[in-house]
Design a protein around this ligand. Structure first.
Ligand SMILES: NC(=O)c1ccc[n+]([C@@H]2O[C@H](COP(=O)([O-])OP(=O)(O)OC[C@H]3O[C@@H](n4cnc5c(N)ncnc54)[C@H](OP(=O)(O)O)[C@@H]3O)[C@@H](O)[C@H]2O)c1
Length: 215
């Protein structure tokens, strides 16, 4: 009897997911540095155009390239790190999200006044989700200072902790895996309604805590 053909389902290598970054300031650049440190490719954008990101791209080559917001928004995973008041402008007029994963790294407060934005009692992640209709939103990378995000996650002898939350299990699993690959210890805080409130800044109990998992 002829041998049955191999089951390619188990042999095919999964295509790596592309990563785009909208916002190249403190947090966008810190995330890009964390990716480059782990040898992961990404494309980063800002409001002024890729030519203004030449120095960052040169620092992080060959892993991070500069691009436009429109191109960054087409990636499989898109991290958004833009001042709260600029989000509607940054995220308007982009192609359909089509269930792609969007990481909300934003907090509803901004320099120089650090006056909390008026959210009408809602979570910032719920409002953010309305700016990216059809996307699978995962809240992550919003609770640490930039130097802790870009620095060595093992610097204190354990693994620095990053929190993540979201309503789509597979999107959350992807971001959890990315966090682990970056060398952090990821903690799944559950759905956005729960995790978003724990990491909400200001208001939640977790932002700015630099926690390290030992053992
Ligand atoms: N800084 C922190 O410690 C920290 C920690 C956690 C979370 N966060 C959150 O992360 C987000 C970003 O903070 P940040 O400190 O990284 O801000 P930032 O240093 O001021 O950088 C903001 C970035 O957003 C870009 N941007 C502004 N308007 C845009 C638009 N319309 N289209 C595309 N890009 C636009 C800017 O591009 P241009 O320079 O070209 O205008 C810049 O690259 C905020 O929501 C903040 O609350 C910050």
């Amino acid at each position: 009897m002829a041998a049955s053909p191999p089951d390619h389902k188990f042999h095919r290598r999964r295509k790596p997911m592309s990563i785009g970054i909208i916002g190249a300031g403190n947090i966008g650049a810190a995330f890009a540095r964390a990716l480059a440190r782990a040898g992961i490719h990404a494309a980063i954008s800002n409001s002024r155009g890729p030519e203004t990101l030449a120095a960052l791209a040169a620092e992080l080559q060959p892993f991070v390239t500069a691009t436009t917001v429109e191109a960054a928004a087409k990636a499989d995973i898109v991290l958004v790190a833009v001042p709260w008041s600029k989000l509607p402008q940054a995220l308007s007029g982009l192609p359909d999200w089509h269930s792609r994963i969007v990481i909300d790294a934003n907090n509803p407060i901004e320099a120089p006044l650090f006056k909390p934005a008026a959210l009408g009692g809602r979570l910032s992640s719920a409002i953010f989700s309305e700016f990216v209709p059809g996307a699978r939103v995962v809240k992550a990378f919003n609770h640490l200072q930039p130097h802790l995000l870009s620095g060595n996650p093992a610097a204190e002898g354990g693994k620095r902790v990053l929190f993540y939350s979201g309503d789509d299990a597979s999107a959350k699993a992807r971001i959890g895996a990315l966090i682990e690959r970056l060398g952090f210890f990821g903690i799944d805080l559950g759905p956005l309604a729960l995790g978003g409130s724990l990491v909400q800044f200001p208001g939640g109990p977790l932002p700015a805590l630099n926690l390290v998992k030992f053992g």
